[in-house]
Design a protein around this ligand. Sequence first.
Ligand code: PMP
Ligand code: GLN
Length: 384
Amino acid sequence: LNRRLAEFGTTIFAEMSALALRTGSINLGQGFPDTDGPEEVREAAVRALRDGRGNQYPPGPGVPELRTAVAAHQQRRYGLSYDPDTEVLVTAGATEAIAAALLALLEPGDEVIAFEPYYDSYAACIAMAGGKRVPVTLRPDGGSFRLDLDELRDAVTDRTRLLLINTPHNPTGTVLSRQELTAIAELAVERDLLVVTDEVYEHLVFDDAEHVPLAAFPGMRERTVTISSSGKTFSFTGWKVGWITASPGLVTAVRSAKQYLTYVSSGPFQYAVAEALALPDTYFEAFRADMLAKRDLLAAGLEEAGFRVFRPAGTYFVTTDIRPLGETDGVSFCRSLPERAGVVAIPNAVFYDHREAGAPFVRFAFCKRTGVLEEAVRRLKASA
Ligand code: PMP
Ligand code: GLN
């Protein structure tokens, strides 16, 4: 393993899911639903397979039906207009979109600012692209983790090339407000920075939180690569259908990298996801209401089990503080939790460069059936 990758080892998600299997624990670690997405979308995939649509290499940018559906979705939800032919690119999940964007847009030594804690592939992909990551730490502030805008401004240097944003934010559940997004946009324009924004949880926002794409802010459309994925919104994490929307120049750049990573992927599933994106608003509302009920169930249960809970405004993760339980080290807590309680969770520390800043925080996923969440809570309470 070369020096660029040596520090990353095995992704925490693989490690913890293997631990869940080995110990027969309830897996609230890796974020994937334990029920599949809509039946009619699965039927659409079957039809595509049977009718021979997508069984051979699909077009490099993605099948036209899906690119059109992505553009229509951005228009319908956010009033953002993208040309399906030149401003949309289908990728192998959001993961490839992140990798291809960073590989395409960074020069060696370029600095990338990302919010810490960050989704684990960010650090590895910045490294693979030869970039330097510059973390800006989200800190507990009342009931949520917030961005310090002065710290963000101070992190920008002459070497900064790109802001890597994630809202709704994994693992903290923070949703950036209009005011925060306005400040980020102004900074990007002032310092002439590119922005890659990972919005895979765009449909998972709760209470009065609102997801606004960064690309919608003044001066942002031409400098922003927006990433999303069918894995989260339609509960098909195994299909690996993601996409970017961006200006033609940025799409062409990202595609240059993408063509040598996977070339293309997920042929028949692309047709099915095109149909999923056209589902009526009732689908998206029901999905959100269902996840909201699960959030409330797990958040209340974790509180009863003695955790301090940061109630997420978005995503399907709850970050907790384990100090009220008399614990300080999330990594050792998560290593022993399966044996002690039969539950698997993720230590947020692995998403930090400043590990001590994340030490007492532990993430639980709530995209699971109600009975599974109830049983997890029962076990956590019994072991407390
Ligand atoms: N970004 C974030 C913030 C995520 O949480 C995930 C999925 N866990 C991804 C990207 C990857 O998405 P995909 O499965 O579509 O590759
Ligand atoms: N994004 C999911 C999570 O945060 C997992 C993705 C993965 O396993 N790479 O749990």
